[in-house]
Design a protein around this ligand. Structure first.
Ligand SMILES: Nc1nc2c(ncn2[C@@H]2O[C@H](COP(=O)(O)OP(=O)(O)O)[C@@H](O)[C@H]2O)c(=O)[nH]1
Ligand SMILES: [Mg+2]
Ligand SMILES: [Zn+2]
Length: 336
């Protein structure tokens, strides 16, 4: 079991050190300085800049982390608190390794929704990219939401029907249109926005969080580290405290190197049930016919995936199985 997986919260009888520490929520990370919201949800919340306490050791602190703060937690100018503890995570999302960073690293913790922003045109949608983002969401324990932008330029129906078999939730936005449907999906949740350049992410963020630009420049000012690092993430509170959106500028895609197929298939109850009943251990769930999708021969033990039979008996649709296999296969190869 990996740390951070839902339900893996370690039981401990030991009372944590710093019992009287102040709870904080990490909203931005910039070269060793952590921007936190202290006492979130109490009515007394304030922005506090913190550094890591030595006792944290090598433990990473990322945007979305729930932490314990000690020292000067007033949030007054030129004060610095210390992060002494990182609470167990309910989800963790990794970015892919790329030329700026050779390691797949966790960039966001505790988010519960991944908003996959895709333009319907200009730039053209890239279904393979969408598939990979879906896999990242399922693996991270997050619910995906497709946000199809620029509906004033192209009809969303083809793309919507492509994802219909998976039951992925979606919203459609357009220039001059309202964002009510999107707001309804974001309410009360912590959502990560992802999408490549030009799809309209900044346009959405600025419409959803009217002072987003000010918030970002404020982070730069208080951490005193110049421009916010473009590869990082930043959490912005929705108006009225109705949830958080986490923007991920510079993150092109999320890492799939450690994805477990079980985490993906478990997002689909009907297929997960079939896999549990019919598949050999460690089945990759790809089709048995060489030349089929994935082109895999039967597994070495000679047993093949039981999901074809499961579908043939009418327990799940062929379109849904095909879509699941497309997702599983999207893990192979390059990010783009
Ligand atoms: N036609 C149209 N253009 C849009 C829409 N949303 C954003 N844009 C434009 O698309 C371009 C890229 O938007 P931006 O928000 O900067 O995308 P980002 O790179 O994902 O942050 C800008 O010129 C926006 O004005 C939309 O719904 N319809
Ligand atoms: Mg942008
Ligand atoms: Zn199988």
């Amino acid at each position: 079991m990996r740390p951070g997986r839902r339900g893996s919260r370690p039981r401990t009888r030991r009372r944590p050190a710093h019992d009287d520490a102040t709870p904080g929520f990490v909203t931005a990370v910039d070269r060793g300085r952590y921007r936190c919201l202290a006492d979130p949800g109490t009515g007394d919340e304030r922005g506090v800049t913190a550094m890591r306490a030595r006792e944290l050791g090598r433990k990473g602190v990322v945007v979305g982390d729930r932490v314990a703060l000690v020292g000067d937690v007033s949030g007054d100018a030129d004060t610095l608190a210390r992060i002494v503890r990182v609470e167990p995570r309910t989800s963790s999302l990794r970015r892919t390794a790329d030329d700026t960073d050779p390691f797949e690293r966790i960039v966001v913790a505790n988010a519960d929704q991944l908003v996959i922003v895709t333009a319907l045109a200009d730039p053209e949608p890239r279904p393979r990219m969408i598939d990979r983002q879906l896999v990242a969401a399922y693996d991270a324990g997050m619910e995906p939401l497709l946000c199809l932008t620029k509906a004033d330029l192209a009809d969303p129906e083809a793309l919507i029907s492509e994802y219909a078999p998976l039951g992925v939730r979606y919203v459609v936005t357009s220039r001059g249109g309202d964002l009510d449907a999107l707001r309804a999906h974001l309410a009360g949740r912590t959502s990560v926005l992802v999408g490549h350049s030009g799809v309209g992410k900044s346009t959405l963020v600025n419409a959803l969080v009217p002072d987003a630009e000010r918030a970002v420049s404020h982070v730069n000012a208080v951490t005193g580290r110049g421009r916010h690092t473009s590869s990082s993430a930043i959490a912005l509170e929705l108006p009225g405290g109705d949830g958080w959106i986490i923007d991920t500028p510079g993150v092109r895609s999320f890492g799939l190197a450690h994805v477990e197929p079980e985490n993906v298939i478990n997002a689909f109850d009907d297929l997960a049930e079939g896999a549990a009943e019919r598949c050999p251990p460690l089945c990759d769930h790809l089709p048995k016919e060489p030349g089929g999708l994935g082109g895999r021969p039967p597994s070495e033990a000679g047993q093949s995936c039981g999901l074809d039979g499961w579908v043939a008996e009418g327990h799940a649709s062929q379109a849904r199985l095909d879509s699941l296999r497309r997702l599983l296969a999207s893990r192979e190869g390059d990010a783009e």
